[in-house]
Design a protein around this ligand. Structure first.
Ligand code: BES
Ligand code: ZN
Ligand code: ZN
Length: 489
């Protein structure tokens, strides 16, 4: 639980005091620590000062570094570290002081503290025996001035809903494939949006067949867990206005099919629906916050497994758009499901812009590592919109080049397209394959194979699903803050 309320150490088990290097000397009680160099306010420094009176209480001084290097991201990391420490000290009530300065206004403080503490405390442990009683921590954001109270409460509400969307995406991504497969994912989606402004429609295999989604079916039809197409519609604007289309790759498991993956690369492939999880999480935040835009999301969920009737390398398959595709590798399955999902969202849902989000290529990890989501686009302006929002959310994107020479690599000699473009530029050719189906609409392809999953728990990122890029997708449809909400850019 998170509240805005002024507290002192008397009122809580632990009080988090974020301090910039320049501010350390102002805190009388820790001045000696500066002299002894035990705490200087440097980034990632944490000093726990216990007071052992009648009850044990802690002041957690957390360093923010120098003001000139200070950003929302460094602030969030510091807060997450401190809150996790408070948890390990068994604190049940925690106060967090604001750090208002020329780079961070009160609203941004509230937003960052909400994200950092709630996401920092997240862990996926529902399948473990609970050794100790789980009691939720109560966190108080302390120091909001009277005149900023109303705005702070608005920001808190909006941030909590966005964080819930991120956590939803993390949970869905972390669930193993024996729990989340197309049918159970569809059931979950129906349940999640039951009492919200987001309308859900689920199409089964027969209906998918009627739409002619042959590429999607080629990937998913041989599994005992049959494919499902999920459509989520949110209307925040008057009829006749534009609709943004979100498409999420929804492979609830990717073995690679007959082009089988080695065990080590296969074992986290329950997270191959990270794109689907992100668009579902974003729709949740959009609906809860009653965004003033129209958004439709589509997830083509299926499992890529080996069965007697699975598709095979060398097969030539069809697609909803009518293009034929030569299969070069059954492990390049994501682009096949996306091709039909994109065609569906354009033709049947009549969206005006498309963003597809997919754990599409191992190549994006080679190119950009785990910090940057790779982007392929046909529209510079749309990309700039994305990066403007991303500067505020802290999620990072990087555009790859996409000239027509790359698109040529997806041409087949026996069909209209082939599903592998060769060894080179794997992320670009995969993206451009999807691009063959977006017609002339403004389009962004986000390859999150490197950013949707984390092997380590660090700052406010937990091990497993990260929930990237829920915050940025939400940010694209949210109403920008009226004040200079975040001043560090
Ligand atoms: N789901 C994988 C991509 C992936 C790799 C996601 C690592 C997360 C982490 C995708 O379906 C895949 O297997 N892509 C192939 C494409 C290749 C066969 C052209 C790849 O990247 O190796
Ligand atoms: Zn694959
Ligand atoms: Zn895949």
């Amino acid at each position: 639980m998170l509240q805005i309320k002024d507290v002192t150490l008397q009122d809580v088990d632990a009080l988090v005091v974020p301090v910039l290097e320049e501010q350390v000397a102002l805190h009388e009680e820790i001045n000696l620590l500066v002299t002894s160099k035990a705490f200087q306010g440097k980034e990632e420094e944490l000093f726990v000062l216990p007071s052992l009176d009648a009850t044990v209480k802690y002041t957690l001084y957390v360093g923010l570094g120098k003001l000139e290097d200070f950003t929302s991201e460094s602030f969030k990391k510091a807060i997450a570290t401190a809150v996790k420490k408070a948890k390990s000290l068994k604190a049940k009530t925690v106060g967090i002081n604001l750090c208002v300065n020329e780079k961070l206004c009160v609203g941004s403080n509230v937003k960052n503290i909400t994200e950092a503490s709630l996401l920092g405390l997240y862990s996926f442990d529902k399948y473990k025996a609970q050794t100790e009683e789980k009691e939720a921590m109560t966190i108080y954001i302390s120091g909001v001035p009277q005149e900023k109270q109303e705005r702070a409460h608005q920001v808190l509400e909006e941030s909590k809903n966005t964080v819930d969307g991120v956590i939803l995406a993390r949970d869905l991504t972390n669930e193993p494939s024996n729990a989340i497969y197309p049918e159970t994912l569809a059931r979950k989606v129906v349940e999640i949006f039951k009492d919200t402004d987001v309308e859900v429609e689920v199409l089964d295999e027969k209906q998918i067949e009627e739409f002619g989604m042959k590429a999607f079916l080629a990937v998913g039809q041989s599994s005992t867990h049959k494919p499902r197409l999920m459509v989520m519609r949110y209307r925040g604007e008057a009829a006749g206005s534009e609709t943004l289309g979100l498409v999420g790759k929804g492979l609830t498991y990717d073995t690679g099919g007959y082009s089988l993956k080695p065990t080590d690369s296969m074992k986290t492939m329950h997270s191959d629906m990270g794109g689907a999880a992100a668009v579902i999480g974003a729709m949740y935040a959009i609906g809860k916050n009653k965004a003033k835009k129209n958004v439709t999301a589509v997830v083509a969920a299926c499992e890529n497994v080996i069965a007697p009737d699975s598709y095979k390398p060398g097969d030539i398959i069809g697609s909803m758009a009518g293009k034929t595709i030569e299969i070069g590798n059954t492990d390049a399955e994501g682009r096949l499901t996306l091709a039909d999902a994109v065609t569906y969202i354009i033709e049947k849902e009549k969206v005006n812009k498309v963003i597809d989000v997919a754990t599409l290529t191992g190549a994006v990890l080679v190119a950009l590592g785990t910090e940057y989501t790779g982007v392929v686009t046909n529209n510079e302006e749309f990309y700039n919109e994305l990066t403007t929002v991303a500067e505020k959310t802290g999620e990072r994107f990087w555009k790859l080049p996409s000239c027509k020479e790359f698109a040529k690599l997806n041409k087949s000699t026996v069909a209209d397209l082939k599903n592998i473009g060769g060894r080179n530029a794997g992320t670009i050719t995969a993206g451009l394959f999807v691009g063959e189906f977006v017609k002339d609409l403004p389009w962004l392809h986000l390859d999150i194979a490197g950013t949707a999953w984390s092997d380590v728990c660090e700052g406010y990122v937990s091990k497993g699903g990260t929930g990237v890029p829920v915050k940025t997708l939400y940010g694209l449809v949210a109403t920008p803050c009226p004040c200079s909400h975040q001043k560090d850019k």
